[in-house]
Design a protein around this ligand. Structure first.
Ligand code: NAI
Ligand code: MG
Length: 363
């Protein structure tokens, strides 16, 4: 069968990291008949240079049609002064919006070999494996009214509005429960029902869909501020955390620091299942940006990009064994003491992007 992947390497270290994923794709095709068909487009500053837009309509159409999109990173000082609507991030935002990627999955996995690099005590994070499911297309970042009004007395008022409808909460909860079933079968929902009406509704809808469809999964509720505290105090108590756009933004950034380095963190963004095929639109990308400070030197850590591809295998293609094998290969290479500069440790062997990719491929 054919599996279509649309690659958007982007700017800075994006293309350097993507090249290491392409090696793995080629290997899976030639050695295991995986049947991946890839096409490559431009996004971010490189798209602006070519088309005057952060992503062209033609590339946008290819992203919409592909089984999955792999995204590198965008941005850099070269494009700091381009018009606002053509800024590199606009490409990313258009992809998320047009593909309606409402579920953002951010795993926080602490590889045993890196537990010493965490901001926490090694024993608190060793073996950590949590998944934060953040609602990405609703809530206070998008709700109306959203404005600054002049009150006329020398005062202004800034307004953002938190809005969540039942269907938005139901679909993100559904993603969290379904993912929990493939993991340790536990979901913790976080909101602020003590002070927010949208939090009351969030809690009610998650509770109702749990009762109706997912009662085999263990469900807990936590106030989001207490959840932030527990993430730092005892992170291994969590399996899947589901939360809204704003809390998810903050909690996933907190969780990322449990794991060591920005160069290690993958993410996935999923849309609703297609009505006829049942397939979800999906985009996979590292959490890090284009790292202009190290771009072009062949020293970037490709692991976040490679781990994003592992998520793609798992969630878009149901290639669970292959995803497990790729993640195990990353862990093995780290165990062998092979490191890029950003995760370098005493006694380890420092390698560049290319060698790190080769070492993972060999494993
Ligand atoms: P950044 O993530 O690009 O870099 C932050 C620091 O981490 C830098 O010192 C960088 O060298 C290091 N780093 C990041 N990824 C690494 C990797 N794979 N291997 C080794 N070291 C790595 O964030 P920064 O510096 O705030 O932004 C740089 C540019 O990237 C900006 O133009 C920003 O707008 C853009 N950006 C793009 C994102 C995206 O495409 N999704 C996300 C975040 C920032
Ligand atoms: Mg953030």
């Amino acid at each position: 069968s054919t599996r279509t992947l649309f690659l958007l390497p982007g700017d800075g270290i994006g293309p350097e990291a993507m090249a290491e994923v392409v090696k793995i794709i080629d290997h899976m095709n030639t050695d295991a008949g995986a049947g991946f068909v890839t096409d490559t487009g431009l996004v971010g500053g490189s798209a602006y240079d070519a088309h005057g837009a952060a992503i062209s309509d033609a590339d946008m159409a290819k992203a919409m049609a592909a089984d999955a999109v792999l995204f590198g990173a965008v941005g850099g000082p070269k494009w700091d002064d381009v018009p606002y609507e053509a800024r590199p991030e606009a490409g990313l935002l258009r992809l998320r919006k047009d593909m309606q990627l409402f579920a953002n999955l951010r795993p926080a996995i602490c590889y045993p070999a890196l537990s010493a690099a965490s901001s926490l005590k090694p024993e608190l994070v060793e073996g950590l494996d949590i998944l934060i499911v953040r609602e990405l297309t609703g809530g206070v970042y998008f709700g109306e009214p959203k404005e600054i009004i002049d009150l006329g007395n020398g005062q202004k008022r800034g307004i953002d509005t938190q809005v969540y409808d039942t269907y938005e909460i139901e679909r993100i909860a559904g993603v969290a429960f379904e993912l929990a079933r493939t993991r340790s079968n536990r979901v913790c929902s976080m909101e602020k029902r003590n002070v927010m009406k949208s939090g009351v509704l969030w809690n009610q809808v998650v509770t109702a869909s749990h009762k109706e469809k997912y009662s085999d999964v263990q469900l807990d509720h936590m106030l989001a501020d207490a959840g932030g505290m527990q993430l730092v105090r005892q992170p291994k108590q969590f399996d899947v955390i589901v939360t809204d756009n704003l809390f998810g933004d903050m909690l996933s950034d907190v969780a990322s620091m449990l794991t060591g380095s920005l160069g290690m963190l993958p993410s996935a963004s999923l849309g609703a299942p297609d009505e006829t095929t049942g397939k979800r639109k999906a985009m996979y990308e590292p959490v890090h940006g284009s790292a202009p400070d190290i771009a072009g030197r062949g020293i970037a850590n490709p692991i976040a990009m490679i781990a994003s591809f592992a998520m793609c295998l798992r969630y878009s293609f149901n290639m669970i064994a292959e995803a497990d094998r790729l993640e195990k290969a990353i862990a093995n290479v780290l165990d062998q003491g092979i490191r890029t500069g950003d995760i370098m440790a005493p006694g380890a062997r420092q390698v560049g992007t290319n060698e790190m990719g080769d070492a993972i491929l060999a494993e």
